[in-house]
Design a protein around this ligand. Structure first.
Ligand code: AMP
Length: 307
């Protein structure tokens, strides 16, 4: 059983009300791989990096069971670079810089060793690349999960709408769901998105948790109330990695199991925000993850006598 992950491997510059990271390694595929590798290996990574990307980072991921055959290295070019600044509430941020660099003309090539992957997660990057990967995977994976963001709605909406028709699960945050549909109500937006291709939709609401929609069903997973949120960067990708990692581990793609998967995703995201970048994700053990899942169970567990 295996999971293919597509996304950026990047440099980020993050500024929060509490500090600055300087240039650190980030990118959607990095966070997804760090999170998902706790649940499933191998992970088949698909990305593109420049000659400036640190070898230690690649080695650390390989040691976590992440295959790099699908990661192109463009020695003379620079890696994708993103800079962002968080507002005081840490739920919203401004993108200060997006330099596509190696991503600008990236043509992914799926190596033969990746074929037969049962699960595919399209992390946030160019919809055209996401589509190209789906088209190259033969047989089609059992479940295709897609993440995206407002940036691609602004610059590549047509391709994004085409890609939506090819996937099973879409993940977006609440403002992106509104932007995609023009609906202010999250419930109305969800209904619209479920007519655009995906059969399942996850709407992330930052510190207010996440909602899972399917047909007429809806399920809510809270976010863990934390004393301190240090850096929310990558929380969405880490959530995605925990979600798809759990599904790939259990090989069960029922709505019931997706409920568990979004709790696992929320638990992983709660670690991510505790330190800058993916630092915390590198440090945690299986025991830490189990203990945190137990905290989620306690958070939502109550008895009631129905009248
Ligand atoms: P998140 O906080 O989950 O939205 O993810 C933040 C990560 O996404 C950062 O590590 C960035 O490198 C990466 N990122 C930012 N903008 C983009 C973009 N337009 N496409 C792909 N990845 C991006």
């Amino acid at each position: 059983m295996s999971l293919t992950v597509v996304g950026t491997m990047a440099f980020d510059d993050i500024e929060t009300p509490f500090g600055k990271s300087d240039k650190i390694v980030g990118g959607s595929a990095s966070y997804i791989a760090w999170a998902a590798s706790n649940f499933v290996q191998p992970i088949n990574q698909v990305s593109v990096i420049g000659g400036d990307f640190p070898q230690e980072e690649l080695t650390a991921l390989v040691n976590r069971g992440v295959a790099m055959d699908g990661v192109q290295v463009k020695k003379d070019e620079k890696s994708f670079y993103w800079a962002g600044r968080y507002h005081l509430d840490m739920n919203s941020r401004d993108t200060l810089v997006t330099e596509l660099n190696v991503l600008a003309d990236f043509q992914p090539v799926i190596p033969p060793s990746y074929q037969g992957s049962e699960f595919l997660i399209l992390g946030n990057l160019t919809p055209q690349v996401q589509m190209s990967v789906i088209n190259q995977m033969n047989p089609r994976p059992k479940l295709i999960v897609m993440d995206t963001m407002n940036f691609w709605m602004d610059v590549a909406l047509e391709d994004l709408l085409k890609t939506l028709k090819m996937v099973d699960v879409l993940m977006v945050n609440d403002s992106e769901a509104r932007q995609l549909t023009g609906e202010f109500s999250i419930v109305k937006a969800a209904k619209k998105i479920l007519t655009m291709g995906p059969k399942y939709l996850i709407i992330k609401k930052g510190e207010h948790g996440a909602l899972l929609f399917h047909e007429n069903h809806v399920f809510f997973a809270p976010a863990l109330p934390l004393d301190e949120v240090f850096d929310p960067t990558g929380a969405g990708d880490t959530f995605a990695g925990g979600f798809v990692g759990h599904l790939a581990k259990t090989k069960d793609i029922s709505f019931e199991n997706m409920k568990t998967a979004i709790i696992v995703g929320s638990a992983m995201a709660s670690f991510c925000v505790e330190k800058f970048g993916a630092q915390k994700l590198r440090e945690i053990t299986k025991e830490d993850i189990s203990a945190r899942l137990e905290q989620f169970v306690q958070l939502v567990n109550f008895d009631i006598d129905l009248v």
